[in-house]
Design a protein around this ligand. Sequence first.
Ligand SMILES: CC(C)(COP(=O)(O)OP(=O)(O)OC[C@H]1O[C@@H](n2cnc3c(N)ncnc32)[C@H](O)[C@@H]1OP(=O)(O)O)[C@@H](O)C(=O)NCCC(=O)NCCS
Length: 175
Amino acid sequence: MSEELEIRMAQLSDSTDIYQLYQRVADDPQGIIRAKSEITTEYVQNFISNSMNTGLILVLTLNHQIIGEIHAYRYGIEALDHNLGDLTIVIHPRYQGKGYGKKLFEAFLNRIEQLFPDILRVELITREQNLKTRAFYSSLGFKEEGRMSNRIRNAEGHMETPLQMAWMNPDYRGN
Ligand SMILES: CC(C)(COP(=O)(O)OP(=O)(O)OC[C@H]1O[C@@H](n2cnc3c(N)ncnc32)[C@H](O)[C@@H]1OP(=O)(O)O)[C@@H](O)C(=O)NCCC(=O)NCCS
């Protein structure tokens, strides 16, 4: 059977599917920083509407089922309006390591270049010890900017140091 892959803007009506995707991804404590109990419908609806209103949110569907999602949005502070932050990308565990994350992230950055000439920076934080995601983000053009010493207390109660990374829009044209 042929596989139908699509990358499209998310809609509010996708919120239940996105909630279920995040619940599944949060089973792995090494992935997203938020704990499974903190993946609430309110959290999901908030980032969907923030991203729809001030940033960008895309979903990747396989045979019309959402298996991946990426979003980032503005901070709501005028002086930071050329930044998109709180970037999160997730791929359903069953489909990780098959190139879908890269496809989705590349589509996201392409749309920033095409649709957001007023965005200079896209920012994210990643776990310092997660060499796989650091290499992944570097391969997409993100640069490591600094360490945030002991910012995370993980599920076992140990401190972790995330890294701040940023991607610069080559098509930035200011306001
Ligand atoms: C991080 C994540 C989004 C990457 O998506 P993915 O579909 O699994 O990644 P891809 O298959 O597109 O691979 C991207 C790169 O990582 C590498 N990679 C993928 N899986 C890997 C693994 N298990 N070990 C080492 N490298 C791996 C690939 O080789 C690829 O590098 P390349 O472009 O040089 O070949 C996905 O694994 C995920 O959702 N993880 C859990 C949630 C999370 O950590 N999100 C990020 C925090 S916001």
